[in-house]
Design a protein around this ligand. Structure first.
Ligand code: ZN
Ligand code: ZN
Length: 343
């Protein structure tokens, strides 16, 4: 039992940070996903423990009050923070032709449109509210600048290259579908007219929109609940994938922080992905036991957290089933500003 995915020993300062983060309300109007808010707690603690380089907040769903509170807590615990514009998306002219493309079919973005779309996206990003970065090592600041400029966000957040590329390609596929729908619906005569439709957020009739056909069967949150990215189709097809390699230490860390917290996060991910667990579902700690019977060493140390997470668990999960990745195809500003971070 003892060698089962035991997390690293968690230092007292990280536990103090964890307790402060857990004291924030996990239900937020601006950021309605319980799973996302619990993942934020895990990620910020992972930054403090040196398991992750940085945490990005406010890139998708956004709660300004919660962002302020997270920033204040990070400062109190000697973490560094910055506010910047959202990251420039990393687009490629042939995204839908790459091996990691998450889509099988669908419209391609006209090559000549990539640059003008990036410029339009830059304007919109600079008008949008800032995002918040939380990190520990001052040297990370240069990597944040590069990510904001459109280089290396996935690596900075610790995502496997294949999954980050697949996410970028999917965002680009949604944008291509959006552009194709605008063209079919409004029949702009020139590229300028098309860009004007995008700049003014011309609405798209869903009847004209053909969503990208996905290669992966489903989002991976239920199987890899302790990370905030979706595994690419290749990673979902193999147990020893790069995505699983990133997930394993964060899962162990979540259980080392607090077993009730880890189970709460896992249950929130299952509930929001539509696959809730019952008592016999194998515990995500890796013991092989059913989740109700499984006991984790050291859980008695966190009775306070137990009470708190139990209180949260009694509430219903958000009915919307919000996922970390907003659907960029339904919203041109989101598509143009879409990077690949979690919300
Ligand atoms: Zn992958
Ligand atoms: Zn367990």
């Amino acid at each position: 039992m003892a060698d089962l995915a035991m997390g690293p020993a968690v230092a007292p300062p990280v536990h103090a940070l964890f307790a402060d983060l857990l004291a924030l309300p996990v239900h937020s109007a601006g950021k309605p996903s319980l799973a996302e808010n619990l993942l934020d707690v895990l990620e910020i603690c992972a930054v403090a423990a040196g398991l992750k380089a940085c945490h990005l907040q406010g890139d998708g769903h956004r709660d300004p009050e919660r962002m302020d509170a997270l920033q204040a807590i990070a400062h109190r615990h000697q973490l560094l923070t910055r506010r910047t514009p959202r990251c420039r998306p990393e687009w490629s002219p042939d995204a839908s032709a790459t091996q990691t493309s998450p889509t099988r079919t669908g419209p391609r973005l006209p090559t000549g449109l990539l640059e003008p779309l990036q410029r339009l996206g830059d304007t919109k990003r600079l008008q949008a509210p800032d995002v918040l970065w939380i990190y520990r090592d001052p040297a990370t600041s240069d990597l944040i600048d590069a990510a904001v400029a459109g280089q290396g966000l996935g690596a900075l957040l610790g995502y496997p290259r294949c999954c980050a590329d697949a996410h970028s390609a999917l965002a680009q596929a949604w944008l291509a579908a959006h552009v194709a729908a605008l063209q079919a619906q409004h029949q702009p005569a020139t590229q300028e007219a098309l860009l004007h439709l995008l700049a003014t957020d011309a609405p798209v009739d869903p009847a004209h929109l053909s969503p990208p056909v996905l290669a992966a069967a489903e989002p991976s949150a239920a199987r890899l609940p302790f990370v905030s990215f979706d595994a690419c189709a290749a990673c979902q097809a193999q147990p020893d994938s790069p995505a699983a390699g990133v997930h394993a230490p964060l899962r162990a860390f979540a259980f080392a922080l607090s077993r009730p917290f880890a189970l709460h996060l896992w249950q929130a991910q299952l509930a929001e992905s539509g696959a809730p667990a019952d008592a016999d579902t194998p515990c995500p700690c890796g013991s092989g036991q059913g989740v109700v019977r499984c006991r984790w060493p050291g859980e008695d140390d966190h009775t306070e957290h137990t009470a708190q997470t139990a209180a949260h668990t009694t509430r219903a999960p958000p009915a919307t089933g919000e996922r970390a990745t907003p659907d960029p195809g339904l919203d041109a500003p989101a598509a143009l500003g879409s990077s690949l971070g979690p919300p």
